[in-house]
Design a protein. Structure first.
Lengths: 112, 114
């Protein structure tokens, strides 16, 4: 089982739609969680952290379920500019990966 | 701020040739990471440095790959000899501490080995 798994998509949604992505992780020692965004042919950039109690940043809501070992990202009122690949990232202390493990990403395409 | 600077942006080479990728991290960042991204495998960590010292190179695929960081403002990733399966986007990233969730990535080098 891969350490961080995501549905690759693509998720094709109309503008204004609400869309949710899930991510599962295998290492129960995982400490922190994040979502990165990667535009086509660009570098990944940190979108937001994921806190245990859930957190919002504008139209974006991130949630964590430690018992089931999954993380979610909800995007409300989708914009064309939200089209990108969303990478789930897990921080594992003591690992050999520089501590951050990246998922392969979920591709979102928002259509007019 | 200039951000992490990588060169070249694109590299096309023939199998067997040596390839050198370059990276200048953000000034003051003590950690430098080299990643490789492909459709099949996603983003993989190859090696990372702390204060110019290689800490973990377990992600380096094989002896054909080598990385150096002669000083705090410059790192290279070399592939010799290159093979078609090395074709990928290579990203350099830097951060202020290990496991810092805010990695700053360079624009990447798109490598094509024919």
């Amino acid at each position: 089982r891969k350490e961080v798994e995501q549905d690759p998509g693509p998720f094709n949604v109309p503008e204004g739609a609400t869309v949710a992505f899930n991510c599962t992780y295998s290492n129960s020692a995982s400490q922190s969680f994040f979502w990165y965004r990667q535009d086509c042919r660009k570098e990944p950039k940190l979108l937001m952290s994921v806190y245990s109690s859930g957190n919002e940043d504008g139209r974006f809501t991130a949630q964590l379920n430690r018992a089931s070992q999954y993380i979610s990202l909800l995007i409300r009122d989708s914009k064309l500019s939200d089209s990108a690949t969303y990478l789930c990232v897990v921080k594992v202390y003591g690992g050999s990966q520089g501590n951050l493990i990246f998922g392969k990403g979920t591709k979102l395409s928002v259509k007019p | 701020d200039a951000g992490v600077i990588q060169s070249p942006r694109h590299e096309v080479t023939e199998m067997g040739q040596e390839v050198t990728l370059r990276c200048k991290p953000i000034s003051g960042h003590d950690y430098l990471f080299w990643y490789r991204q492909t459709m099949m495998r996603g983003l993989e960590l190859l090696i990372y440095f702390n204060n110019n010292v290689p800490i973990d190179d377990s992600g380096m695929p094989e002896d054909r790959f080598s990385a150096k960081m002669p000083n705090a403002s410059f790192s290279t990733l070399k592939i010799q000899p290159s093979e078609p399966r090395d074709s990928a986007v290579y990203f350099c990233a830097s951060s202020t501490k290990q496991g810092d969730e805010k990695l700053f990535f360079g624009s990447g080098t798109q490598l094509s080995v024919l």
